[in-house]
Design a protein around this ligand. Sequence first.
Ligand SMILES: [Zn+2]
Length: 124
Amino acid sequence: MVRLCKNCGFENQDDYDFCAKCGTPLVEGLKPAQVYVYQRQEMPELNRKAVILSYIVTIFLSWSGFIFGLIFKNTTFATFTFFGFFMPFYLVQSKHPSIKKHGIIQMVISLVGVALSFYIMFRK
Ligand SMILES: [Zn+2]
């Protein structure tokens, strides 16, 4: 049993999903693009700008209560600091080990920020 290529007529082995000669899919519904995406998922590159941005967002959200409380004596931002947990909570669920690691680091940054914000809030 051989798989005949519809495009070039090449006789492929029956366990081939793509034509060995021209690359045309031999299985119905299988697109080369799907295989390309699958291969890319094995070793995804980390977007440095996205990682840096996630740190900025996390630090801004989780430390704003502390900074505003300290500089402007406005402690209403303290409850706002809980939003700092959203980004790390999202990141630690990633299957990518590096993203997971950044998530844990940001979780610690958020915990410190929230703790400081509430320290400022209840200091009086
Ligand atoms: Zn072919």
